[in-house]
Design a protein around this ligand. Sequence first.
Ligand code: ADP
Ligand code: MG
Length: 273
Amino acid sequence: MSYKERKIGDTLLKVEDISLSFGGVKALSHVSFDIKEHEIRAIIGPNGAGKSSMLNVINGFYHPQEGLITYKGQVRRQMRPHQAAKQGIARTFQNIALFKGMSTLDNIMTGRLLRMRRNVFWQALYFGPAVKEELEHREAVEKIIDFLEIQAIRKTPVGRLPYGLQKRVELGRALAMEPELLLLDEPMAGMNVEEKEDMCRFILDLNDEFGTTIALIEHDMGVVMDLSDRVVVLDYGQLLADGTADEVRNNQDVIDAYLGVSHGDDESLEGAA
Ligand SMILES: Nc1ncnc2c1ncn2[C@@H]1O[C@H](COP(=O)(O)OP(=O)(O)O)[C@@H](O)[C@H]1O
Ligand SMILES: [Mg+2]
């Protein structure tokens, strides 16, 4: 814990009083919390609590009807996806969203597109700089492949990879954007114990080595306890609790929400003990 306490910085993102509804469904009601630089922030809660919606608000996929988003000191009513991406917010999805027919390498390369598009003009005008650019992008991608230990599958079409490796490639694509804030929507769902351990290690390492700030939706409370500095708990679109993993685990409202029969989920706090 000590090394993390030292390196956690100022507020990177703040959401205030965010409300989002779809027709009659209130996905989020007056939710406020912040994420500090270099922090690993878990977002937990039963299914339908609004966790994925919150990430979608942060990266501009959903536009809340109410509230404010402050990112790097800039206050907005809503994010735009390209704005979020350009400013260093990357994400992975609850359901894998990769190009199944394309190789690991090419999928990760698509994460560089945003950075490349800036240089289309250059590529048309000057051959030299364009080649240099291309090489730089390839180098960045190779670094990620090394970091995630997926050299052996670099040429394999991702559709042929087992689920756990596909999740790793998706993380690779998000990393290719060189994010400052990485949003991970259930990166370990459906993984076996060994795959989960690998994924935990990558998340901790990238937080440690690159200082990447991470917001993580995760159901496995053992993982949440191990990884996160602070935890946000959502329930029925509302903020139920916010604090350290220990504080949240001992919060009676949280315990009740997880034990409540109405959600009918397989989630539990058992892994936390
Ligand atoms: N695009 C959408 N259209 C309509 N309803 C949505 C949409 N996205 C989310 N919802 C609803 O918002 C609520 C919260 O969903 P979600 O954010 O996916 O929860 P979680 O990720 O915590 O399981 C649910 O009732 C869900 O059906
Ligand atoms: Mg979700």
